[in-house]
Design a protein around this ligand. Structure first.
Ligand code: SER
Length: 889
């Protein structure tokens, strides 16, 4: 019976029994605990846990599954597969043990003519969880299985959970006895090769905690309902129903082996070592295709890394079987034909799937070619010296320089009968990471070691083609990663690329480097982040490999990002305009001291004492923009230094120019400079130049900054919007904004003064009340009170003087404690007559000071200060009254 037919019968059986057919979920579900979907129940997890209401009480599915835990075992035995299909039926609080057992039994034992699988009931064995006699009883009662063929097992075998906290339950497994030729008597407990498990029925009822009931830990709770989750291995049933020895012989895998035989010229079933490779290919080709179909792409971590490993193992196995040409395209073709009847996406999406797989093959073949020789040499050396272990440093070089994943080295070494010093490898990796970090730090401080470039510097300069074209075919001369030469750089890596020719401008003369890319027809895509010149002539492209692999010796296309370049020419020509205008306005003493330009922006430093006036700035801007509007043509030519100087070309002091110099001339006498930069062809292409401001950058050096081109426009548009916003708030047309603002400022000033006066008047008007409430204490008239809230120290003094004045020539003491902004300003005044009685302002402060956490001082007639604790005002006043009473006798 064909595999597709087995799937069909399974689903039909359960649909007939009231189940909703649910399509397989993607292999890649957003579950952080799960690399790939590995069981049929995964997509139903929320229903089991009661997090969501199940839309149906019964469901059935055939789920695509990938398990990659024991990739190394694949092919070594015939039992492991990374991809398999799990057929299942599920009950969400509907039927339980008896229902599940009845339905399973019916399907496996019903005759093939009647739509079942037709297994001989006499050869079926089952197992049950050690503390689940109920399941055993049902098997005996419903299916009539004799007690001798029902075996009890512990949690390790007969409890199922997801390997993480979540749903779980005891299970019962169905086995088929393949006969004495396959192993010893005694049921599944005795031999799981002879008795092959085909179906697992899980009685999902528990919630598992951190520790699994598989190991005897009790579950931490019960699910809201009792559920059923079953999983039947489609491939295993196929192998039994097709009467073949193992799954690799079934109808959906064997044709891949046949194809591999055809492509490699070797035969399956002759030598064990070869057979392992054939099986690796059959298994991995299928898993890779299914993973790519579900959107996984080869990469360096997580799911992408698993896929990369699978694809690379296919390529290597084919190689070891003698394939000398690429094989992936044809393998993908076969698997698509085999699997698309059940998984139509393998046909509809075939082109993409094939392209992804072939791309990885192409990249990996290059790696293999370069690295394998090194590996072989290292192995021979170890063996010659009688060793058994490949040094960690070799594994490191293979990884770092040749892009060999450590798994590959481990596998290759084990095939060669060697082990690998993995610990040594890992410590070198750690060291390298630390070095790279330190190096990045050092680079920032420009201490990079340049010896590595010497060979290329000596070989001659990089040809710069970027004055004439934006894309140039070039050869990769060298790749440098973290300061070390490597023959290849993989996707995701940061690498310095040295080409024989390049259109990308390297940072110099104030112009920052072009951005661009390095690509090739084989899918390579490298982003160039920076270009620096070594020893003035070697272009080093600091890059990120975004797709594919860049390999030394490759022919590539280096290209400048055209819109970057357009901006860069505007920035640089704009700098020349501003420089020329500045010299017209300030005269020949304004000598260039430095500059920087990039798309949209420039800055220019020059020797000058003192600030530029508004008029000077406006003039510089006007002259620059006039020159833009003139649409001067830009000419560049090469000449010798003396001739250039005679023409009046401006050069930087202290700069070493070679025998030949390049002159950039804009508008004849308007601007002529020695310059190696990239420029517009006509000055109008610069677009508007907007001076942003002017500032000092050290003694005697000033800096102007400007926007050019579209950035200039954007800046102005923003300013305009700002002004429009203000105009609309002020409800006047834009041109009236300055007048209106001036008016407002004046009105505000007047209003503030007025407010001040009113406040003062209010404060003083309270003086009368204080006077009326003055207390007589002995001979003294005492005003000890809290000042109106909000009266500050200055006003308080005026108020106190006023009260004292109104109390006339009598002995008088005035103490006011204010309360403003959380502080307690205070003023104490003592009249002349009171002083004669022995009262001193300063002494009185010491009476109330502690209550308000305040200190202060002054003369006998007047003391002031402030405290910081307004809650002590009342206590302070009481204290001062007591002190006055005491002194007044
Ligand atoms: N979840 C169980 C298993 O994976 C039954 O589907 O075996």
């Amino acid at each position: 019976m064909q595999t597709h037919e087995i799937r069909r019968r399974f689903l039909e059986h359960f649909v007939r029994n009231g189940h909703t057919e649910v399509p397989s979920a993607s292999l890649v579900l957003p579950d952080p605990n799960l690399l790939f979907v590995n069981a049929g129940m995964v997509q139903f997890k929320p229903y089991f846990l009661g997090q969501e209401a199940a839309p149906y009480a019964r469901a059935t599915s055939v789920q695509k599954c990938v398990r990659t835990g024991d990739i190394e075992e694949v092919g070594v035995t015939t039992r492991h597969n990374t991809f398999f299909q799990m057929a299942g039926n599920f009950s969400f609080g509907d039927y339980f043990k008896e229902g599940a057992i009845t339905l399973a039994w019916e399907l496996i034992t019903k005759s093939q003519e009647d739509g079942g699988f037709g297994f001989d009931p006499e050869r079926i064995w089952v197992t049950a969880y050690e503390s689940d006699p109920e399941a055993a009883e049902i098997w005996h009662r419903v299916a009539g299985i004799p007690k001798e063929r029902i075996q009890f097992r512990d949690g390790k075998d007969n409890y199922w959970d997801m390997g993480v906290p979540g749903p779980g339950g005891p299970c019962s497994e169905i086995y088929f006895d393949r006969g004495p030729a396959y192993g010893k008597e005694g049921g599944p407990v005795a031999d799981e090769d002879r008795y092959l498990e085909i179906w697992n029925l899980v009685f999902m009822q528990d919630i598992r905690g951190e520790d699994s009931p598989k190991l005897g830990f009790p579950p931490i709770g019960s699910l809201p309902k009792k559920n059923i989750d079953t999983g039947m291995g489609v491939e295993r049933v196929a192998m039994l129903l097709q009467g073949v020895e193992n799954v690799y012989e079934t109808d959906l895998l064997r044709p891949i082996i046949d194809k591999a035989e055809e492509l490699t010229g070797r035969s399956y079933g002759v030598e064990h070592a070869d057979d392992v490779r054939f099986r690796v290919i059959a298994d991995h080709v299928r898993s890779s295709a299914m993973l790519i179909a579900d959107g996984v792409n080869p990469g360096n971590d997580g799911r992408g890394y698993v896929l990369r490993r699978l694809l690379r193992r296919i390529v290597r196995s084919a190689r070891l079987l003698g394939a000398d040409k690429p094989v992936m395209a044809e393998f993908m073709q076969v698997v698509s034909e085999l699997m698309s009847p059940s998984y139509p996406e393998l046909a509809t999406d075939f082109k993409r799937i094939q392209t992804v797989a072939v791309g990885e093959e192409t990249a990996f073949l290059k790696t293999l070619n370069t690295g394998s020789k090194l590996f072989d040499d290292a192995v021979s050396e170890v063996k010659a010296s009688g060793g058994k272990t490949l040094a960690g440093s070799e594994a490191f070089t293979l990884h770092d320089t040749y892009g060999f994943p450590i798994d590959l080295t481990l596998e290759m070494a084990s095939e060669a009968g060697l082990s690998v010093d993995e610990e040594g490898f890992r410590s070198l990796m750690a060291e390298q990471r630390a070095r790279a970090k330190a190096d990045a730090q050092a680079r920032k401080h420009a201490h990079a070691d340049l010896t590595i470039y010497k060979e290329f510097v000596d070989r001659g300069p990089t040809e710069f083609t970027g004055f004439d074209e934006l894309a140039t075919e070039a050869t990769v001369l060298a790749l440098i990663k973290d300061g070390v030469r490597v023959p290849v750089a993989e996707e995701g890596s940061e690498v310095e690329v040295i080409l024989d020719r390049s259109p990308l401008y390297a940072e110099s003369g104030g112009q920052i480097a072009d951005r661009g890319s390095i690509v090739s027809s084989s899918g390579l895509k490298v982003h160039v982040n920076d270009v620096q010149k070594i020893a003035k002539k070697l272009w080093v492209h600091k890059s990120t490999v975004e797709a594919g692999q860049i390999v030394e010796g490759d022919t590539v296309l280096a290209q400048v990002d055209p819109s970057w370049r357009r901006g860069a020419t505007q920035g640089h020509s704009g700098t020349h305009m501003v420089h020329a205008a500045l010299r017209q306005v300030l005269g020949p003493n304004a000598v260039q001291a430095g500059s920087m330009n990039k798309p949209g922006y420039l800055r220019f430093d020059f020797n000058w004492q003192g600030q530029l006036t508004e008029q000077q700035k406006a003039d510089i801007e006007a002259i620059s923009n006039d020159a833009v509007a003139e649409n001067f043509s830009v000419n560049t030519f090469i000449t010798d230094l003396p001739s250039a100087k005679k023409m009046g070309a401006m050069a930087l002091f202290g700069e070493n120019y070679g025998d030949e110099v390049r002159v950039v001339e804009i508008g004849g006498p308007f601007s002529m400079e020695l310059c190696g930069g990239t420029h517009v062809q006509h000055s109008s292409q610069i677009g508007p130049i907007t001076l942003l401001g002017e500032s000092s950058v050290g003694s005697g050096v000033r800096r102007v900054e400007a926007f050019v081109g579209l950035d200039s426009y954007k800046y102005l548009a923003k300013e305009r919007a700002l002004l429009a916003g203000i105009a609309s708030s002020l409800k006047v047309p834009s041109e009236e904004v300055p007048g209106r603002v001036e008016q407002l400022v004046e009105r505000l000033r007047v209003a503030e003064k007025e407010l001040e006066r009113t406040k003062m008047a209010a404060v003083l008007s309270s003086a009368g009340t204080f006077v009326e409430n003055a207390q007589r204490v002995g001979k003294v008239l005492l005003v000890a009170a809290a000042a109106p809230a909000g009266v500050g120290a200055g006003d308080l003094r005026t108020l106190v003087s006023d009260i004292k004045g109104r109390l006339g020539s009598e002995p008088a003491v005035v103490v006011l404690l204010g309360n403003a902004d959380g502080k307690v300003p205070f003023v104490v005044a003592v009249s002349k007559a009171a002083q004669e009685l022995g009262f001193k302002a300063g002494d009185l402060v010491s009476a109330f000071g502690p209550s308000i956490s305040g200190r202060g001082g002054g003369k006998p007639e007047m003391a002031q200060g402030a405290g910081s604790d307004p809650s002590g005002i009342e206590a302070g006043l009481a204290a001062v009254r007591a002190r006055v009473a005491e002194l007044a006798g």
